[in-house]
Every structure is written in C-alpha cells, then in structure tokens.
Design a protein around this ligand. Structure first.
Ligand code: ACO
Length: 324
C-alpha cells in the first residue's frame, strides 16, 4: 500500500468587474478581433480597488472547503501559488490561514508564475506522501492586473485576476493508475530564459513592484515544445497513453497554445477544459479555476483521469496526472 493525495473538492472565485476587449480597445491601440483571433480571449475579471490576492484566495478556499466537506481545523498545510502577493512578506498563505481561523499547521507561498499551481500541488503532494501533512489546501491566486503596463498592448490584453483552490488528503491505496489521487507530478525550470518573460521590478533590485515584460512570440514557441515534453513525461512515468486521459486541464494562456498541445496529444477539443475566453490568463489561478468550473458543471466526474499542465515565467513548467 502507498499513500496517495486524494482530491476532495475544489472551488474558485472571480472578481465581479468584467473588462471586455471592446473596453480595452478604448485604452490601447487594439481591437476585439485581434485579441480574439490571436488568443481566444473575450473578457477578463479585474479585482476591485482594495481587493487583494488574499481576498480572492480566501473566497476560493472557502468554496473548496465547502465542496470537500472539510473544516479549516482539519487542514494542516496551506500552499499558495502566486506571483502577485499582497505584500513582500508575510506570505499571502499565512494571511489566508489567519482569515480561515486556523491557529495550527503550516502555510507558505510558492512562486513559479503561471506554473505555480502545479508547483504548489507537487509540494503539497510530496508533504502528504512523506507523511508530513494529512490534509492540504492548495491555492492559486493572482491579481495580475496590478503588475501590468496598461500602455503596452502586447501584454495588458492577455491577463486577468482570479483564484482557485483544491483540497487534497492522504489516503492509503494499492498505487495503481486506476486508484484515485495524484498519480505523479513533474516539474522543470530553465532560468536561462528569464529575459523572455519577467517583471522589471522587485524589493531587492528596484524597490518597486515593476511591470510584466514579455517576448510573446518566443514564449509561445517554448510553451508548445515544453508542454508537449512534460505531458509525454507524465504519461510515460505512469505507463499511460493519451487515450487514457479523460480531461486535459491546461494553464489558460492562449487558446492557440491549448489547441497545439491537444493536437500533439491527439485529443479532441471536447476533452480540453478551456476558460481562457472569459478569464484570460490568470497565471497560477488558471488551472484550479478551469478545474473548478468543469467539476461544478459536471463534466469532470469521480474516477476521471485529469492531466494538468502549465508553463510560465522563469521559465518554469510542469504537469500532473490526477485521478479525480
Ligand atoms: N492588438 C493589436 N495588435 C497587437 C497587439 C494588440 N493587443 N499586440 C501586439 N500587436 C501587434 C504587434 O505590434 C505586431 O505588429 P507588427 O507586425 O506591426 O510589428 C503584430 O501584432 C504581431 O505581434 P506578435 O507578438 O508577433 O503576435 P503573435 O501572433 O505572436 O501574438 C501573443 C502575440 C498573443 C502575445 C502570442 O505571442 C502569445 O500568446 N504568446 C504566448 C504568451 C503567453 O503564453 N504568455 C504567458 C506565459 S505564462 C506566464 O508565466 C505569464
């Protein structure tokens, strides 16, 4: 028997304010047609003034805990992925811990930009399998609107705000690929590619928050190659074929990247969860937001095999196979 991290439930939260492509076209030299054709994005959500990453994270966490039938007392680990924390410190995770009324366990942030949720899931899964945690709350939460250069049409049209959360709990099982839980996680990074996607500020360098900078075309090229490789790695590690996957739950950067990854896997569009049209790229929040939407609307059912994958600044990228 082995310990595996079983998914108990998930939840999501999106800020109320909707920013459409048409509205963006009044701010920068762009058009609804260009944004839709190049990215698939129609609109995105923007956090209200004073609404912080932790506020989004708490709402998503409360929804995930309710869906799981788990109280904060039962959680002994919070791993929160974000590149847009409330403050330089303390971590946004400890703010969430306090807001959930927890006075026990451990909480910390992980920073892997858009791959953050996969990194957070891998971290929590390893804590659980090592016996160091029993029940973990894994969160992806972002307010990317706060680090965008709203005069740069090449980047400001691509991102949005939101949060998603997942509750996982260690349970013994024989360890077959048909058993529920996280089958495996696979993480990679390559710091040499830093200049293709970065934020031009930070506490130690400029003492400012900075703005997101990106070579979009280059990022696109690397994303398609790296995602195909890590997805294949996850399948091979578990002796599985693309046909075994019920749902691809990808990071929502661009519909064209989603389509390219699905094509490489030979997966039909109907088995790919896509939320990029309404959410845009919410960085670390995008995978759990997509997951929560498809669980909520009944597409993802207990026992389904999910392939989660993401690629982000760093570069970082990763994948996980999860039997729901
Ligand atoms: N509206 C209108 N025109 C625009 C806009 C815009 N919003 N943005 C750029 N353009 C123009 C450019 O100026 C360029 O014009 P030119 O040919 O006269 O110079 C033209 O459109 C083409 O620009 P490209 O950047 O080459 O366009 P491309 O087809 O590559 O699409 C895009 C750009 C959508 C950014 C694409 O490259 C992409 O999605 N890349 C991946 C981005 C990504 O996934 N980022 C997130 C990674 S995850 C993370 O960690 C944050």
């Amino acid at each position: 028997m082995v310990i595996r991290s079983e998914a108990l439930g998930c939840g999501a939260y999106l800020p109320e304010r909707v920013l459409t492509n048409q509205e963006l076209a009044t701010l920068v030299d762009t058009s609804d047609e260009w944004i839709r054709a190049r990215t698939g994005i129609i609109e995105r959500r923007i956090a209200a003034e004073g609404e912080l990453t932790s506020d989004l994270a708490v709402k998503a966490s409360e929804a995930a805990l309710a869906a799981s039938g788990v109280t904060p007392d039962e959680v002994d680990l919070i791993v929160l992925a974000t590149a847009t924390p409330d403050y330089t410190f303390p971590s946004t995770a400890t703010t969430v811990q306090a807001r959930l009324g927890m006075d026990h366990g451990a909480a910390f942030d992980v920073q892997a930009v858009c791959s953050g949720f996969i990194y957070a899931l891998a971290t929590a899964d390893n804590f659980i399998r090592a016996g160091q945690a029993g029940t973990a709350l894994v969160i992806g939460a972002e307010t990317f609107s706060r680090i965008l250069d709203w005069t740069d049409r090449g980047t400001c049209v691509l991102f949005g705000d939101g949060a998603g959360a997942l509750v996982i709990r260690g349970a013994e099982c024989p360890g077959a690929s048909s058993d529920r839980g996280v089958l495996s996680t696979h993480l990679h990074s390559d710091g040499r590619q830093r200049d293709l996607l970065y934020v031009d500020g930070g506490p130690s360098s400029t003492q400012t928050v900075g703005h997101l900078r990106m070579e979009g075309r280059e990022v696109f090229r690397h994303a398609v190659t790296n995602l195909a490789a890590v997805v294949n790695e996850a399948l091979v590690a578990n002796g599985l074929e693309p046909d075994d996957i019920d749902w691809l739950v990808p990071h929502q950067a661009n519909q064209r990247i989603l389509d390219a990854t699905a094509r490489k896997l030979g997966m039909p569009a109907e088995r790919v969860i896509s939320t990029v049209a309404r959410h845009a790229n919410t960085s670390a929040a995008s995978v759990p937001l997509a997951l929560a939407e498809a669980v909520e609307d009944g597409r993802i059912k207990r026992g389904d095999l999910l392939l989660l994958e993401a690629m982000g600044g760093g570069f970082t990228w990763g994948a996980s196979l999860l039997r729901w």
